[in-house]
Design a protein around this ligand. Structure first.
Ligand SMILES: NC(=O)c1ccc[n+]([C@@H]2O[C@H](COP(=O)([O-])OP(=O)(O)OC[C@H]3O[C@@H](n4cnc5c(N)ncnc54)[C@H](OP(=O)(O)O)[C@@H]3O)[C@@H](O)[C@H]2O)c1
Length: 262
């Protein structure tokens, strides 16, 4: 008998881990015994997640970083490798939708900033950690069904998630010889501030408040047979993905959406 946990001895990097999906993923990994390195721009949220993780008995490095800033992102990645010497799991989760308007009305700077956060961020984190990712590691890119089919008024987000789907494929082709598996996590609608458009209203809603608000139907942009999920369900999926054995899936989509994607 051993009481070793599934991710004991592993180092997991989770971006955008201050709230929403990233927080749930980080806590699921901490519960499975992984030490963590987490970032976002809001230090207070990160400190709260660090406390939760440490209560589960793991070490947690935090950094307030804007992932669209290459220098700050490189410092974060360098500090992880200096602290832990290696990385086993990278979850490129941080994301934003800053310009929810038709292209004709869009602000070019906010449109491009969305692409920078959603595409340049995962590229930079992966690029700066790549040498330190242990053979047999996992890269999990949090993308979206919206990267497979365009809706209205959110083109920068659609484009950026489509780009990440292809980034996953390119990485999967490049890294298989190191036995590093690279897969997409496509959550479907989840009760987070992003889905609730908290950035527009200035609110900070909890998952339970958002679930209550949409209790009867998911938000209008989804068909009625979609189901709004608690972010902890995505933590479970991310844990499943991180614990696949060597030789498991590579270059694949993992989703708990309920509508056909693509
Ligand atoms: N919620 C959904 O229904 C849904 C569906 C499909 C895909 N997703 C994807 O899931 C991921 C997480 O989204 P979420 O729903 O959990 O949203 P969220 O609650 O708004 O969390 C987003 C996280 O990313 C961080 N972040 C945003 N911009 C950043 C930047 N420039 N640099 C560093 N960190 C940054 C945020 O922290 P700061 O603001 O403090 O930086 C926050 O921690 C995103 O990639 C999103 O596209 C979500």
């Amino acid at each position: 008998m051993t009481d070793e946990k599934q991710l004991s001895g592993k180092i997991a990097v989770v971006t955008g881990a201050g709230r929403g999906l990233g927080r749930s993923i980080a806590i699921a990994y901490a519960g499975a015994g992984a030490d963590l390195a987490i970032c976002s721009r809001t230090r207070a949220e990160l400190d709260a997640v660090k406390l939760e993780a440490e209560a589960l008995g793991v070490h947690c490095l935090v950094a307030a970083v804007d992932l669209s800033d290459p220098d700050a992102t490189k410092s974060f990645c360098d500090s992880i490798l200096a602290e832990f010497g290696k990385v086993d799991i990278v979850v490129n989760n941080a994301g934003a939708e800053l310009e929810i308007r038709p292209i004709a009305d869009s602000d070019p700077d906010r449109w491009w900033k969305t692409v920078e956060i959603n595409v340049r961020g995962p590229y930079l984190v992966t690029r700066f950690l790549l040498e330190g990712i242990a053979d047999g590691g996992k890269i999990i890119n949090v993308t979206s069904g919206m990267g497979k089919r365009a809706g209205n008024d959110n083109s920068a987000y659609h484009i950026s998630k489509a780009a990440i789907n292809m980034f996953t494929n390119a990485l999967a082709n490049e890294l298989w010889q190191r036995k590093i598996d690279v897969n997409n996590l496509i959550p479907g609608p989840v009760a987070t501030g992003m889905l609730n458009r908290d950035a527009v209203t200035g609110k900070k809603s909890t998952p339970d408040e958002i679930l209550e608000k949409f209790a009867k139907n998911p938000p209008e942009r989804f068909p009625p047979w979609e189901r709004l999920k608690h972010p902890d369900e995505i933590g479970e999926l991310a844990l499943y993905m991180a614990t696949r054995p060597i030789g498991g899936p590579n270059g694949q989509d993992f989703s708990i959406a309920r509508r056909p994607l693509g």
